[in-house]
Each structure stands twice: as structure tokens, then as C-alpha cells.
Design a binder for this molecule. Sequence first.
Ligand code: GLN
Length: 489
Amino acid sequence: TLDDIQNFEGKYPKQLWYLFLVEMWERFCFYGMRGVLAIFMVDQLLLSEKDANLKYGAIQAFVYAFTFVGGIFADKILGFKRSLTFGAILMILGNGLIAINPHDFFYFGIALTIIGTGFFKPNISSMVGDLYKEGDSRRDAGFGIFYSGINVGALLGGALCVWLGKEHSWNLAFLAAAIVMLIGIIIFLATKKQLGPIGNSPIAHLPRSKKTAWEVLVYVGALVCIPLIFIMVNNTRYTDLFMYTIGPLALGYFLYQIFRETDAKVRQKLIAALVLILFSILFFAIFEQAGGSLALFAKDNLHTNLLFFDIDPNVVNNGANSLFVIVFSPILGLLWLALAKKKLEPNTVIKFGLGFLLLGIGYYVFFGTRFFADESGKTSLGVFTLAYLAVTLGELCLSPIGLSMITKLSPRHLGGMMMGLWFLASAYGQYVAGLLGAGMSSPDEGASLMDKLLGYTAGYQQLAWYSFIAGVILIVLSPFVKRLMHGVN
Ligand code: GLN
């Protein structure tokens, strides 16, 4: 029963490790596909770099935006377990189709993957939250471990699929993504019994035929979306339109749920969650420079020696963050546990504030790389890596804590929607990140490396200041937000 699961002894529930593995494989698939996306579009579909970047951004935004839809349907009809299985199947089919014929099935496969991720990603995080009782101080540490799993997958996926694509064939890269997702879902199906009632369908009590009818409706509805996404990804003008509409719609739906809520405490908790979700947009807008402007900066403006090694700066740019997460996330988790024992653990709002301050330090160090540059405009890879360390520590104070916070503040019947909203904020973060990056780059054709260095680092200095300001605001606001959280830490 649920009590048996939630009354576990020790630091972590055993189900956490199963979900860890499943999510690891899913992220392997996701980041593997994402890693080859831009290169594939330029090399094989012969898009210009600019178009490829725009499409990449659009796909990223759609992926995270559909988590909101996936979350709602999980709450209302499917439950987390079924959503997960359905999402995984779509991701396997999507990548599998692209593997069969990358040229003809590309956009179709991507559309499937987008919807699949929407049904998968938010709901597995929600299940992690359900492993814990209300008020269990071990929850943040659990999400820390889970977050390490995410990044093991991200690291392996990015490395393996890009290598396969470049050295062997693109078919193989997408096939690998499909296979790892298959492994993930097999592990899930083999272990889901252990989750007991967690993630079961909310309409399980309905007569069988009615239940099935509802489910089929969701499946068909999801499939109907495919051509729509297909069109929107193909024509990035619609992406803007989509981003302008989905946010207000989601917010409207959220407010409607708040008004319907009769319990004032629940309502206030939801408002506290919303405040933190809104701040996370700014966080990810800055953080996600990694895939855009920082990748371009790494490509041209960095030396290749790091300590005693010679290494491609883009490998560092793509991998350092995940590597640091894998190492530091469990450590930070243990730190939170130790502090909780002494009743010294900072609350979630303060952690968010710290996250921003660390992010600011990181971007200040990115800015600072300009002081280590030679005349040609190339600068130190070591300093750049150090900046990633600070940024990652910031991420760890905000991103896994955010997942945990959502599961603490959401009432049971809105858990999926709230997790979806959390990732929808990431979608906006990605979207704004692209705009920010484009704003600070665009050096003219003839610009020297030095111009480029100065241009980008000036941008990073500005982002550092935004982070510092956001961090201070959060820390100042923390007593007020804390009051809205009614004892949730
Ligand atoms: N890197 C994390 C993941 O893939 C967080 C993503 C996000 O919230 N934007 O799950």
C-alpha cells in the first residue's frame, strides 16, 4: 500500500532507483535525439545554420510546452503510469521512424517525440514526489538523486548519438535513441508493480467500457495533434504564435483552478508555486545559453587545453554541466539532509535565491574570461569550465528543488498539471534564451574574434546582473512566500 511505500527506512525509497533508471534511459533518448538535431538538419536536410537554429529552438519549446497537456491528461484520465507508457511508445515510434528513413520521416518522427515527451517527462517526476509523505524532509535529497540520473542519461545520450551520427550513420543515431527508450520502458513495466497505487488511473472506479472510451479519446486526441505540430515545426512563424498563446491559456486554466479551489490554504500554496515557476523562466532563459550562444562562444573563442589535456571546447560545453550535476547533486542532497537534521535547512525560496546568486557568479566568470584572453581573442578553457561549475551548483539549488517543490505544494488532483506548468516555464525559458542569445551575438560578417569575445562577454555580464537581482528579490520575498506555503519547506 501507499503507506508501506512512504514509510520507508533509510535515506531513499527503493522505488526511487527504478524511476531513476527509467528516467535515465528516457533522457538518454531525449538528449541523444536533441544532440543530433541541429547537425542533422544542417548536414542532411541542408538547412542554413540560422534556420536550423530556429527549428531547433522551436522543437525545444514544443517539447516542454506539451508537458502541460501531458500533465493534465494524466490528472484527469490516464494516471501517471499509463501516460508514461503511452509517451514512451510515441518516443520509440518517433525515433524508430526517423531511423528507418531520416529524410522522409524526420518531421513526422519529431512530432511524435514531442507529444511522447509531453506524456512522459512531467509524470515520472510527479511519481517521484508520491514516494514521500507530506513533510518528509528526505524529499529534496531524493530529487537530487533523480536529477543525477537525468544527467547520466543526458551525458551518455549526447555523446553516443552524436558519435554514431557523425562516424557511422544518422539512421543508427536515431535507432540508438529508440532502443534506449525501449530499455527504459521495459524496466518501467517490469518494476511498476512496486509503485503500488502510485500513478494509477484517477478514473479507475468507472465501469470498464467508460474508462476505455476516455482513454481512447486521449490517445486519438494526441495523434490528431501530430499534423498540427508537423506544420508548426515546419514553419517557425507559427512557433511565435504558439508561444504567445499557450502561456496565457495555461495561466488562464491555472487561475480557473485556483478560483474553483475552496480551501484557502491550497489556493495560497498554488500561488506560492506560481511565483517560483515564474522566476524559473528567467533562470532557464539565462541557463539555456548553453545550447546557443555559449556553444558558439566555445567553438571560436576558447583555447583547447584544460589542465593537462587537450580537448574540444564544445565537448566541455556539452558535457561539463552534466558531469558536475552527476557528482554534486548527491552531495548537495546529503548536505540538505544533514542540515535538515540540525534544523538549519534553508527553505525552498531561499534555495531558489541561492540558485540565482550562483548562476550570477557563473555568468560573471563567463564575463571574466575576457580578462584571460590573448590578442587573437581566444581565452582560457579552464576559467570557462569553472564558470560551468558555479552555474551547475546554481542549477542544483533550483531545478531539482523546483520539482520537489511542485510535488509538495500541489494538491493530489492537480499534480500533473502543476508539473506540466513547471516544465512549460522551461519552454518559455528556452524560447527567451534563444532571443537573448540572438540579441547578443549577431556580430557582422567581418567581426574579429576579439569583437566576438567582447560582444558575448558583455552580454554575459548583463545576464549576471539579472541573476543577482533576481536572487536578492527572492531572498527578500522569502518570508512572504513562505507564509503562503503553510509549513511546506
Ligand atoms: N536538465 C533537466 C532535464 O532535462 C531540466 C530541464 C528543464 O527543466 N528545463 O530534466
